[in-house]
Design a protein around this ligand. Structure first.
Ligand SMILES: NC(=O)c1ccc[n+]([C@@H]2O[C@H](COP(=O)([O-])OP(=O)(O)OC[C@H]3O[C@@H](n4cnc5c(N)ncnc54)[C@H](OP(=O)(O)O)[C@@H]3O)[C@@H](O)[C@H]2O)c1
Length: 251
């Protein structure tokens, strides 16, 4: 696949992995549209991504998704690659539920909406655009935690495992349309999401983005970056060992 000239929507392109992916895509002469919830963060990101365009959109709600895609397709003249990158991770202790806080229930629904329902609905709505695209692809950013969950963020891990699963189903369904479905699996990457965790083990977001684009160009269905490669093997051969290794880190 050639990255040059591709029209790409990067959700959550205003920070972290999404920002680094956007910058790397622009560096390869792709055309990039980004979105995020926070208008100030969007403006700041666009200032530092010359050539990119974008708009505010909260992907935790269905409203606004069709408009986002229309804006993106109008600005870029179409859409070739959708990167479902926006995500949130919350620590959640179910034993706190015994005290019964309505806020916890809200936050559980929100995490599922942003990490899972949002990417599924956005993909569905993007298909008419992608079907007209050049070497079209949907790229879902999952996680090592899709393979083996970490106890402290149970809903997050479940959403990533489900996103990984639906990516495999989409691969079969979209193949006749010529649309690729790609599972992009980061290791522990240095972003706001992983602040304060296991500093020595983190990959920089720029290094991650370089490897991710190399995997896209090589037309890999599952792009396992850095330690994610080793983790995918351990998940099959020694899942208990991997669970112990992951208990203290990763996103
Ligand atoms: N960092 C890691 O080690 C790691 C590892 C595995 C997987 N991942 C995955 O990689 C993706 C990016 O993570 P990150 O580490 O770069 O996180 P991050 O630094 O926290 O950035 C998250 C991005 O998503 C946007 N976002 C969050 N909620 C949104 C919503 N409801 N609607 C639209 N945009 C939203 C944020 O912008 P606003 O806040 O302005 O909305 C921001 O641009 C996530 O899917 C994450 O699960 C990360």
């Amino acid at each position: 696949m050639r990255i040059q000239g591709k029209r790409v929507l990067v959700t959550g392109g205003t920070a972290g992995i999404g920002w680094a992916l956007s910058r790397a895509l622009l560096g390869r002469s792709a055309r990039v549209f980004i979105c995020g919830r926070d208008p100030a963060r969007l403006d700041h990101a666009l200032e530092h991504l010359p050539g990119a365009v974008g708009s505010v959109c909260d992907l935790g709600h269905r409203e606004g998704m069709a408009e986002l895609l229309e804006d993106c397709a109008a600005e870029l003249g179409g859409l070739d690659i959708l990167i479902n990158n926006a995500g949130i991770q919350q620590s959640l202790d179910f034993t706190n539920g015994i005290a019964g806080t309505p806020e916890m229930l809200e936050s559980i629904g929100r995490e599922i909406a942003v990490n899972l329902t949002g990417p599924i609905q956005l993909t569905w709505l993007a298909l008419p655009h992608l079907a007209r695209g050049d070497e079209p692809a949907v790229v879902n950013v999952t996680s090592i935690l899709a393979y083996v969950p970490r106890a402290s963020s149970p809903v997050y891990c479940a959403t990533k495992a489900a996103l990984r699963s639906i990516t495999a189903s989409l691969r079969s369904q979209l193949d006749p349309l010529g649309i690729r479905a790609v599972d992009l699996v980061p290791p522990l990457v240095d972003t706001a999401m992983t602040q304060g965790r296991d500093e020595g083990k983190k990959l920089s977001a720029d290094e991650f983005a370089r490897s991710a684009l190399a995997g896209l160009e090589a037309e890999q269905d599952c792009i396992l970056v850095g330690r994610a490669k080793q983790a995918s093997w351990l998940a099959r051969l020694a899942p208990a060992l991997l669970a112990r290794k992951l208990s203290g880190d990763t996103g």
